[in-house]
Ligand binder design. Structure first.
Ligand SMILES: *Cc1c(COP(=O)(O)O)cnc(C)c1O
Length: 367
């Protein structure tokens, strides 16, 4: 018999499953129902939109990166009228812009927003936006996949009705398990929506009816043990270290990367103009003019393929470098090594860089 730890796993009990949900609720400081979805975060992100959106919905969809574009597609697919509020990827949306959209379209009854964008490196002021959404009375949907663990995520305090998280970014876990907190208002909207998925893997209502309403005693199907145990390990780790310590580590990694990139020179610049709008989860950099971001990243990864570096997706691959300093890479070592490797890549292009200055600027941020 093999003794591999993944083989011969015992089924996860309902009690155990519910206890992991409770820990995630504590992490989110929420008293709302938390539904764990056994799939990558796109599962609850899509499930929640399809549950509440219908042809009677008027949605304000904020686009600050690629995920907002995806949400708009799902909303239109559900027959909703969608008002896209797109802001340039180098900045964040403001509560004022949200208020203007409400003034222009009082019929808006749903708002979708990405909190932090790992793909573009910006973060949005959810507390202020939440106030505006609450005053207007719309249902508030938030993608907090890239913010959970990297900065505060407070669905109850901010009036978020559907808050989606995933384990794979700042929580330091695997992709494949995710969760959504659901307010009473959101449950009511789903129950009233004849088009909400039912008897489906996408269905949140199934979990309510078959799991939550029954007192969480019988699971609707066999849970994915590996992913659930990994999620438990993530939350246990964050509880042991302290959520504030984990978020502070991400904030410092972002500040160090930003300061280091500026000190490195060679024409490298933070992609997000204002530091206050830069996401703690990942720092995006603009490649110097005359260089191609994807090529610089390839050269930097040749120094060390384990570095948390990537080029921007799609058209951004030419101009954007991503330093994904999250999870186990939210460390001084990962930031220093990334800056040094980017310095090597820039020098190879004939650009003048100050690697020692960059490392010392990064070190200052950790002090
Ligand atoms: C990473 C991320 C997700 C999850 O999607 P993947 O493309 O599978 O990584 C969702 N939303 C945001 C904002 C993310 O950063």
């Amino acid at each position: 018999m093999s003794t591999h730890p993944f083989l011969g796993l015992a089924p996860l009990s309902a009690t155990h499953f519910a206890s992991i949900e409770d820990r995630v609720a504590r992490l989110l400081r929420t008293t709302q129902d938390v539904v764990i979805m056994q799939g990558e975060a796109l599962l609850p992100l899509e499930g929640a939109i399809r549950a509440v959106a219908d042809p009677g919905t008027t949605a304000l969809n904020v686009v600050t990166g690629p995920y907002g574009q995806t949400f708009g597609d799902w909303l239109r697919d559900c027959g909703a009228t969608v008002i896209d509020l797109a802001v340039p990827f180098h900045t964040a949306v403001t509560a004022g812009q949200i208020r203007e959209a409400f003034a222009g379209h009082p019929e808006i009854d749903f708002v979708s927003l990405v909190h932090a964008e790992a793909a573009t490196g910006n973060t949005n002021p959810v507390a202020e936006i939440g106030e505006a959404v609450r005053e207007h009375g719309a249902l508030f949907y938030l993608d907090a996949v890239a913010s959970i663990g990297a900065e505060p995520v407070l669905p109850d305090a901010w009036g978020v009705d559907l808050c989606v998280i995933g384990a794979q970014k700042a929580m330091g876990g695997p992709a494949g398990v995710s969760a959504v907190s659901v307010s009473e208002r959101a449950w009511a909207r789903m129950a009233a929506n004849p088009r909400a998925p039912r008897r489906s893997y996408l269905s949140l209502l199934d979990w309510k009816e078959r799991w939550i309403d029954g007192g969480r005693t019988a699971l609707p199907h066999a849970p994915a043990q590996l992913e659930m145990l990994a999620l438990q390990a993530c939350v246990e780790h964050i509880e042991a270290v302290g959520l504030d310590t984990v978020t502070a580590r991400h904030a410092t990694a972002a500040a160090a990367t930003r300061a280091g990139a500026l000190a490195l020179g060679g024409g490298l610049a933070p992609y997000v103009h204002e530091a206050s709008e830069a996401a703690p989860v990942a720092t995006t950099l603009r490649a110097p003019s005359g260089t191609v971001a994807a090529e610089l990243v390839a050269h930097a990864l040749a120094v060390d393929p384990a570095l948390p570096l990537a080029a921007g997706g799609g058209a951004l691959a030419k101009e954007m470098i991503r330093v994904n300093h999250y999870g186990s890479d939210a460390t001084r070592g990962a930031v220093r090594a990334s800056l040094a490797a980017l310095g090597t890549a820039l020098a190879e292009q004939g650009l003048t860089v100050d690697v020692r200055g960059a490392l010392s600027a990064a070190d200052d941020a950790w002090r």
